[in-house]
Design a protein around this ligand. Structure first.
Ligand SMILES: [Zn+2]
Length: 896
């Protein structure tokens, strides 16, 4: 009889003679056979994992691997198919390192190969990570519980014992046993299914999946539930693409299916290697902490990220779905086929995929003009966040896993993509693509580091990419380029200086970046001239030919198309020239947006005043029609509004300025959707309508009420792109009846997209009693955590709601943290928005005191609190320095 396995706990890992921060490389996994027997309705499962391991060291008696919150029932090892399994003598558990050590009584020789078998039990969690519950509605309309997995970054270990680091790539064969009516989906196709009747009469079905290719544990995935699907194949007929949707929503998956197939075909060409798996599934889940997850061969998405009604959808929704899917599909190569060695290289995966999502969609749906969105949704937010003292370098040493969640932020995704785009523009699209293809070829089914990528980019371009990129990725922050006009010896010059953009990070040491600087100017013959230089010292001069500063048509713009990750500050003369020529045909919408955003950023640092910003807004009123520019203007006007809220007169006067600015633009565009209008016009109407409603515009509110009533009576279909805007407008002045009608809509809507639209509107209620009901509804079990956050964020942003939302946040902190802590992006978004509208000293003190008292509750996410706190600090600073300027501007505007 074999001895009973002992188990022991090590609470202080420093007593071990090895550091388990990273697993020792002495035992290497090659294959996993993973069997899961799941009861999603009871939130329970049991499993067996057989791992083929190679031993790389002498006399190993303990096999260390990851396992968290699992009950290990038995572990054994078998050296050949002829030998008997040897039972483990002890299971050592080291919870603080999320590891277990499986000890064998006799040491194992170097070079041995064996099958390690572990039997275990676990719980399907109620959270959003690991192996978690996923509610769905079945064909009969009944609410049921399914389950799904989300293993990034280090959650595979909470589902099954494994070597849970990206570098331990192995192949996987999965067997999943469930009740026979359930569908299972995993990385590979099902090759066989068997059903059996258990002794207790229960019937169980086992799906056997094909072996995967070599891959990292965080990309393993399986989903259990009841779904419908649509199917197509790639042009070459090699890959089956499916979209799995809840019952009754199959047709709303068609756009996602189309994007999935076209993206696969685009990346087959771009990477110069065909997608290696036989199928690509996209599955819509009712609960997921992130927008989507790139598991190899089975991308999981939130319902809002995959399902939409193509005929009624807002163009913004279509763009979001398209870019999200393209992002995850690009990961199938960059991330899945070639994987970062360790999580400190996450920005390589995420920055690259973020850039690629735009390149791909720009190529397959050029009418979406997604590069405008790249600037507004990626480059500008990254510049904003990287100006904070509590930002971080894109790449930083990451010694242990507790810091990994901090890497999932705008710096990793958006700054990563922005500096990658800068490099793309600097070395040229062809060189960039050739280097990526070579890198893919070299590291397929393997892992790589940043240095590896820089090496191939250097070889392809003949430029020293390594050296150029160093400060961009290893330093916090980015440069400010100051540019002055100089006239000397009969010639015109630009004089350029670079320094760190200050924000609040004055204490940081000076850095010189190698800036791939581009510029354009119009000369006195009305020709557009471009120039390009690697700006790698503290100052340089550039000569402008045939440039006459007194000629009204001459102007200069640095950083055209916002292809460089830096801010530009123009001297007085140059700023006057460019603001006089804002409507010039050679300035793109991105250029206008970037000039505007640079001015705004300058206000927050020492060098600028709000007057310039508001003057630009007044100029845009007369000619601007681009939706992205107005989106940016509206966001900034909203930020300015918050400065005025503590002074009733100033606040009213500022709102009047906003109304007078935005109203004529909507008047020109028209309040009703025209047939065959451009995406831009539909988007623009939605942006202006929402903002005008928020400002209390009577016409907009009356029209919205009318549309809403007809929508409730089912006599009118709210047009494309207008639903959310109408709902918000109505909620601003909602009565109890309207609120109940909204709840009814929420409960009746099948599409998650529609439900989220209602939630957004709920947070806009001005009546404190109704807002309070809306907030309580948001955190009730009826609303999924990733969706409820929209109510809280909306409430935080309104003049009437933000203080009440703060109170709600402080009183319900524990409930809120339980929902969002560990949910990757959710908590950061929420923290930032609850603080965003505070601009006075008293509020700052209150925010500081509250966080100081409760910091211990934010373990592992303290940096998010610091970032939110710093935002308030910046606001207070801005208000002190600039509210007199805002007042001065408004007086002269209204008296002009
Ligand atoms: Zn990604």
């Amino acid at each position: 009889m074999a001895p009973v396995t002992q188990s022991s706990y090590v609470s202080d890992p420093s007593k071990l003679d090895l550091d388990l921060t990273r697993l020792p490389k002495l035992v290497v996994p090659k294959r996993y056979e993973l069997k899961i027997d799941a009861y999603p309705d009871k939130c329970q499962y049991s499993g067996t994992v057989n791992i083929r391991v190679f031993f790389n060291g002498q006399g190993i008696s303990i096999v260390w691997l990851h396992s968290v919150r699992l009950t290990i029932q038995e572990a054994s090892i078998r050296f050949s198919s002829f030998s008997l399994p040897v039972k483990a003598s002890e299971i050592i558990s080291v919870p603080s390192k999320e590891c277990i050590g499986i000890k064998f009584s006799c040491p194992i020789e170097n070079g041995e190969r064996a099958w390690l078998s572990i039997r275990f039990k676990g719980k399907i969690s109620n959270g959003l990570e690991g192996f978690f519950s996923n509610p769905y509605v079945n064909k009969q309309g009944e609410k049921c519980l399914g389950a799904a997995t989300m293993f990034a970054a280090t959650e595979a270990r909470t589902c099954f014992p494994c070597f849970d680091e990206p570098e331990f790539k192995a192949v996987f064969a999965l067997e999943i046993t469930v009740a026979p009516h359930l569908t299972t989906i995993s990385n590979m196709p099902i090759m066989d299914t068997k059903t059996e009747r258990l002794k207790n009469g229960q019937v169980r079905k086992t799906d056997y999946f094909e072996w995967t290719r070599e891959m990292s544990t965080y990309l393993v995935c399986f989903v259990i539930g009841e779904y419908e699907y649509l199917e197509t194949k790639t042009r070459d007929g090699r890959v089956v693409v499916r979209v799995y949707t809840p019952w009754g929503q199959r047709e709303q998956g068609r756009f996602g299916l189309d994007v999935g197939r076209k993206s696969l075909e685009f990346f087959n060409d771009y990477f110069g290697r065909r997608y290696p798996l036989p199928k690509m599934d996209l599955v819509a889940l009712s609960r997921l902490s992130v927008g989507a997850m790139e598991n190899w061969g089975v991308i999981t998405c939130r319902e809002t990220g995959l399902i939409t009604d193509l005929d009624k959808a807002n163009p913004a929704t279509l763009q979001s779905i398209a870019t999200l899917i393209a992002h995850e599909i690009s990961h199938q190569w960059f991330g899945n086929l070639v994987t970062m060695k360790w999580w400190d290289g996450l920005y390589l995966n995420e920055g690259f995929a973020t850039l690629m999502q735009y390149m791909c969609i720009d190529s397959i749906y050029p009418e979406f003009r997604v590069f405008d969105r790249f600037c507004s949704d990626t480059v500008i937010p990254a510049l904003g966040m990287d100006a904070l003292q509590h930002s971080h370098p894109i790449e930083m040493p990451l010694e242990n896993t507790s810091g990994i969640s901090q890497m999932f932020d705008k710096i990793t995704y958006c700054k990563g993509a922005s500096v990658m785009f800068m490099l793309h523009e600097f070395i040229g699209a062809d060189n960039f693509k050739n280097a990526i293809q070579e890198y893919m070829h070299q590291f397929s089914y393997d892992n790589a580091t940043t240095e590896d990528l820089w090496h191939y980019l250097s070889v392809a371009s003949g430029k020293n990419v390594d050296e150029i990129m160093l400060p961009w990725i290893r330093e916090l922050g980015f440069p400010l380029v100051q540019v002055q006009y100089k006239f000397r010896d009969g010639a015109a010059f630009l004089e350029l200086f670079q320094e760190r953009f200050a924000g609040t990070s004055h204490h940081l040491r000076p850095t010189i970046w190698s800036i791939p600087l581009k510029g354009v100017y119009v000369n006195n013959r009305n020709e557009l001239v471009t120039f390009e230089v690697l700006f790698d010292k503290s100052s340089i001069e550039i000569q402008l030919k045939d440039f006459d500063v007194t000629d009204p048509k001459c102007w200069v713009k640095l950083n055209p198309r916002l292809s460089g990750f830096y801010r530009v500050q123009y001297g007085e003369t140059l700023f006057k020239k460019i603001s006089d020529n804002l409507s010039n045909e050679h300035l793109t919408a991105i250029d206008r947006m970037s000039i505007f955003e640079d001015q705004v950023a300058m206000v927050l640092s020492e060098g600028g005043s709000s007057i310039r910003v508001l003057q630009m807004v007044a100029i845009f009123k007369d000619f601007e029609t681009n939706a992205m520019v107005w989106k940016s203007v509206c966001r900034i006007l909203q930020q300015f509004r918050t400065l005025t809220w503590s002074n009733e007169d100033l606040a009213n006067s500022f709102e009047e300025f906003c109304l007078q600015t935005l109203r004529p633009v909507l008047d020109n565009l028209g309040y009703h959707v025209k047939s065959n209008e451009t995406h831009n016009d539909t988007l623009l109407r939605s942006v202006l309508f929402t903002r005008l409603a928020d400002l209390g515009d009577q016409n907009v509110q009356a029209l919205a009420k009318d549309m809403f009533q007809q929508h409730i009576d089912e006599t009118f279909l709210i047009p494309r792109g207008m639903k959310e805007a109408v709902f918000r407008a109505v909620m601003e002045t909602a009565t109890q009846t309207t609120f109940q009608q909204m709840l009814m809509l929420y409960r009746n809507y099948e599409l998650a997209e529609d439900r989220v639209g209602v939630l957004h509107a709920l947070g806009c209620a001005q009546d404190p009693n109704i807002l309070s009901q809306a907030l309580n509804f948001a955190v009730s079990p009826e609303v999924q955590p990733q969706e409820s956050i929209t109510v809280l964020i909306a409430a935080s942003s309104t003049r009437h709601g933000h203080k009440m939302m703060w109170q709600f946040f402080t009183l319900n902190l524990d409930v809120i943290l339980e929902r969002y802590l560990g949910g990757l992006f959710l908590l950061g978004k929420l923290l930032r928005s609850v603080c965003e509208c505070f601009t006075d000293h008293d509020s700052f003190r209150e925010v500081e005191a509250f966080f100081a008292q409760n910091m211990y509750k934010f373990q592992g996410e303290e940096h998010l609190v610091e970032q939110a706190r710093e935002h308030v600090e910046l606001n207070v600073h801005w208000r002190d320095k600039d509210s007199a300027n805002v007042q001065y501007f408004l007086e002269s505007y209204f008296n002009a």
